[in-house]
Write a protein of this length. Structure first.
Length: 53
């Protein structure tokens, strides 16, 4: 269940950041947003084996 909610959150965050990046189009902001997305995916990858609490 945790993985499902994590994936839903990841999709929502990517959709939000994509709309923001499309409007702003600054290379520095794109880099910061991509770093955030990569960090989120890595955290989700590490959390996939943890037990649901």
């Amino acid at each position: 269940m945790k993985l499902l909610f994590g994936l839903m959150g990841a999709v929502l965050m990517i959709a939000f950041l994509a709309s923001f990046i499309i409007k702003v189009k600054e290379p520095a902001m794109i880099a910061v947003a991509l770093i955030g997305v990569v960090m989120m995916v890595v955290d989700l990858w590490h959390a996939r084996d943890e037990a649901d609490t």
